[in-house]
Design a protein around this ligand. Sequence first.
Ligand SMILES: O=P(O)(O)OC[C@H]1O[C@](O)(COP(=O)(O)O)[C@@H](O)[C@@H]1O
Ligand SMILES: [Mn+2]
Length: 643
Amino acid sequence: MNTKYLDLLSEKYNSEEKVVTEIINLEAILHLPKGTEHFVSDLHGEYHAFQHVLRNGSGKVKEKIKDIFKETMTEQQINDFATLVYYPEDKIKLMKNKLTNKDELHKWYQKVICDMITLIPYASSKYTRSKLRKALPEQFVFVIEELLYKSDKYSNKKTYYEQITQQIITLGQSDKLITGLAYTIQRLIVDHLHVVGDIYDRGPDPDKIMDTLINYHSLDIQWGNHDVLWLGAYAGSKVCLANIIRICARYDNLDIIEDVYGINLRPLLTLAEKYYDDNQPFRPKQHKDKPISEHETLQITKIHQAIAIIQFKLESPIIKRREFFNMEDRLVLEQIDYENQEITIYGKTYPLENTCFATIDPDNPAKLLAEEEEVINKLLVSVQHSEKLARHMKFLMKKGNLYLPYNGNLLIHGCIPLNENGEMEQMEIEGKVYKGRALLDQFEKYLRYAFSHREETDDLATDMVWYLWTGEYSSLFGKRAMTTFERYFIKDKASHKEVKNHYYYLRENEDVCRRILEEFDLDPDQGHIINGHTPVKEIEGENPIKANGKMIVIDGGFSKAYQSTTGIAGYTLLYNSFGMQLVAHQHFNSKEEVINNGADVLSVKRVVDKELERKKVGETNVGKDLQEEITMLKKLMEYRYMN
Ligand SMILES: O=P(O)(O)OC[C@H]1O[C@](O)(COP(=O)(O)O)[C@@H](O)[C@@H]1O
Ligand SMILES: [Mn+2]
């Protein structure tokens, strides 16, 4: 074997003792129960609701608190303690306002430090000491370990321990310590996070979600169609770029583009002011908590039209140069009868309303005006030079994939395109036919290529990113066509319908799910498919657990815009060593409500699967990696120390 790697390894493990210790350590870890995985999806910019779910570990934090303190605390005390763990800074502030007497405050400090120190060993019982140490607030590691591992069998150290806490309080360190411990507890309770797509669009704060994820201890992302749209814009796709701006205008979120990512919208506004006027379907959606002036509304309405028309124009040449996208039906501007203000689409003719075609030349409808071209080019430069966007997009690429087989399950935002017989749909790309996993691998390959060649704006890879957003056989979209144009300009609602891929019906069928799992080399007896993307309509009695438990759909709609159709505020999934639990969340109002009233509507749990035997690290993805490390270390042992 090549000994170069072993030589490198021996630099880190430069003594027999070190190798032996690491082998023993890793072997032991393989026998620990597996850590808790937390699955979320379709966050859609809802930062506060996401924070809450992240901080309370979908109810796990409170569950652990109850396990330990149910005999000694009232329900109110449990709620108060839980809120302290979720939002330590705010809760401490609240208590300081409440407990104006110093003695009382010190007593409170003493009690919560003690409670936290009691909870931590329970929350970390599945982990090694070294893993726990890494999760502790750095500046207090020594102190906390003294308190955690106190053995006071002979009552010699009682005052010593009391002194430690006392000193922390008198030295004014308790706020920092309590805050640090709270985050330690949050971190211990969830070992790994999966974000099953759609961080971006509709809600106001996707950037804050990205910052949270960047600082999170362990996670992976399965891209959603909206995430890919943003990646596409950054990767040089002008049509993706037009879409993200259009969606931001529609949801009154242009400040994400302008203020958060620093993209200059001036040129677009100037163009919009010149050619557009008020127009009902282009008025931005109103937020309850964010009133806007009539003047601003009008500006956004104009921008919305300007960018929508640019988008439709940009689609046309792509559809023409990529015949295999099979999207001729979407050459909408070419199908308009401009004189009679009608469109013939899918063989039916409809009158058009609310039209805003001032920049369209009926003889060459997809041609951008020089001004429009200049605007979109400037926007692209601005997007590709936004440092913050670059940071977020690079992270999305680094942590993301189109799909992920993980611990026996298949995580994917949308679907595996199927035909009506449940067979995987085929797509020909550059003369070769792909389906199933191979097709998804192609999609991902093009996306990665486009991302690393941002200067190319009209090549196949960049066009493929747009296909992922809107194409019939895209694993992220999975509908026949996107009817954006129809929704703006045609009254007849029947034309708005987006016909879903057969997958979304066939996934109710266990055999179909089993075949898909096999396609990804997963054991169909053990595995599950975990999807986001389509809101589960709890109101209408839809069950998120399908196909005899093989399929779990966790998009219950964090997105406020969709909560009236789902009836709840999102599903999340937990998978620990005992099995899987699906959690349904109630509408989240505000963290203030949680902090002040302890109102943290505990979520309903549905057990998806119960393991007969507790699952160990050795049986997980991480376990496989550790096993490989052990093998290498054993080789190093033979090579260096056993002759
Ligand atoms: O709700 P809106 O803003 O009209 O957007 C509708 C569009 O969003 C989509 O549903 C895609 O977004 P999702 O991935 O969140 O479903 C399209 O299919 C549809 O055309
Ligand atoms: Mn989606």
